[in-house]
Design a protein around this ligand. Structure first.
Ligand SMILES: C[S@@+](CC[C@H](N)C(=O)[O-])C[C@H]1O[C@@H](n2cnc3c(N)ncnc32)[C@H](O)[C@@H]1O
Length: 212
């Protein structure tokens, strides 16, 4: 599907080692907390989330980069976990409508080329009442935001297609296919947002207009 980013994939776990020990466990625990049934993780990378899900979860994961996916597959083996890992992108999920109890996205909407299409796919595959949980870095406000804008093109090249200055939180919050359950914004050099949204039935404005 894609040649991917072999160098980024090789360095990913090393670069993330400190945050994985310090600031990320709290977020990853919250993303997986209490999930049950059929769960989909999009852009699973090297599988850093896999150890956080409860054993009873029927976990499916998509990852389009073959180098990332290989490492994710190795992690599944190491953990002795059961994960149905597929070569697919967030913009074109190979699953039926209304087929998941929850969808998880961790640090991935920054990288998905057509993030609006991917959010539509999340809405499509989630059962009404199902949860979309996310952790994303977003564009900062003020002068730092302008710095993000300036750095974004170079960052996109060196960071495997990541958009440093995406307003992902705004995209999510304003989508009326979902009811916002929780939303937390953490300031920093790269501000982070974490949240949970519930898939509405077809009663949202988009449903009424036939756009759902
Ligand atoms: C920053 S990594 C995050 C990996 C993992 N979710 C985590 O929390 O560590 C972003 C991931 O998104 C994947 N990705 C890129 N384009 C994608 C797409 N169109 N659909 C789904 N995932 C994509 C990349 O291959 C990469 O593995």
């Amino acid at each position: 599907m894609t040649d991917g980013h072999p160098v980024v994939a090789r360095l990913y776990d090393t670069v993330m080692a400190v945050p994985e020990r310090t600031m990320l466990p709290e977020h990853r625990e919250a993303l997986a907390d209490g999930l049950s049934g059929r769960v989909l993780e999009i852009g699973a990378g090297t599988g850093a989330m896999f150890s956080y899900y409860d054993e009873g979860v029927e976990l499916h994961a998509v990852e389009p980069d073959p180098h990332m996916r290989k490492q994710a597959s190795e992690r599944v083996t190491e953990l002795g976990a059961s994960v149905e890992l597929s070569d697919a992108s967030g913009e074109s999920l190979p699953y039926d409508d209304n087929s998941f109890d929850a969808v998880v996205a961790s640090l991935v909407f920054c990288t998905i080329p057509d993030h609006e299409a991917a959010l539509s796919e999340v809405a499509r595959v989630l059962k009404p009442g199902g949860e979309f949980r996310f952790l994303e870095h977003v564009r900062a406000d003020g002068a730092l935001g302008h710095a993000h804008d300036l750095l974004a093109p170079a960052w996109h090249t060196v960071a495997g297609g990541c958009h440093l200055n995406r307003e992902t939180g705004v995209l999510f919050r304003e989508d009326d296919r979902f009811e916002l359950l929780s939303y937390e914004h953490r300031d920093g050099v790269t501000p982070m947002v974490r949240g949970r949204m519930r898939r509405r039935g077809n009663g949202g404005l988009r449903g009424v207009l036939g756009l759902d």
